[in-house]
Design a protein around this ligand. Structure first.
Ligand SMILES: CC(C)(COP(=O)(O)OP(=O)(O)OC[C@H]1O[C@@H](n2cnc3c(N)ncnc32)[C@H](O)[C@@H]1OP(=O)(O)O)[C@@H](O)C(=O)NCCC(=O)NCCS
Length: 152
């Protein structure tokens, strides 16, 4: 799975701010909170498998009552077969069970497939970060899903 993550990071050309465990990448609302309220969990990850082969992975993290999707990818040959949906559904269910109220993520502005995927889960566009990604340089779309309503 480490190789799959590394390959996805390379393809994604993720901005340096998204690397490592520092809190600068976390949503603004969260970064502004006092450390007294911050209870950060280590990164959580899960993988999807078919016949012993890893087909995709999810990496996220939580602090206080907010969570963030850091990475989610399905191997190209397994896309549009429901693995991404299964991974994100399971992750959201677990996140919700811990009382998290909002989930945030960033996605490349040109990644219309992923944006459609997240919108199908009820994520909404809440902002745009200019020149957020490198290699190639591109804006990020910020998305949020609130978990305070009924599951879905
Ligand atoms: C985004 C991604 C994880 C989706 O995984 P997936 O396994 O292909 O998605 P699913 O098969 O579970 O799709 C669920 C639904 O999402 C939507 N969807 C998924 N991919 C889509 C696309 N390319 N275009 C439009 N809608 C899409 C559809 O509504 C789909 O349901 P349907 O197939 O019944 O129409 C996958 O395309 C991927 O790995 N992309 C590259 C990495 C990436 O961009 N990650 C997100 C940024 S972190």
């Amino acid at each position: 799975m480490a190789e799959l993550v590394a390959e996805h990071e390379r393809l994604r050309g993720h901005h340096a701010r998204a690397r490592g465990d520092d809190l600068r990448h976390l949503p603004v609302q969260q970064a502004q909170r006092g450390s007294r309220h911050r209870q950060q969990r280590g990164p959580s990850q899960r993988a999807a498998e078919r016949a012993g082969e890893v087909t995709g992975f999810f990496i996220g993290r939580e602090a206080a009552n907010e969570a963030e999707v850091l990475n989610l990818a399905v191997m190209p040959k397994f896309r549009r077969q429901g693995d991404g949906r299964a991974l994100l559904s399971a992750a959201l269910e677990e996140i919700r069970s811990r009382g998290v109220q909002s989930v945030f993520l960033e996605v490349r502005e040109s990644n219309l497939g992923a944006i459609a995927f997240y919108e199908s889960f009820g994520f909404s566009k809440i902002g745009r970060r200019k020149i957020y990604y490198q290699d190639p340089e591109e804006a990020a779309i910020n998305m949020e899903k609130k978990l305070t309503g009924p599951p879905g």
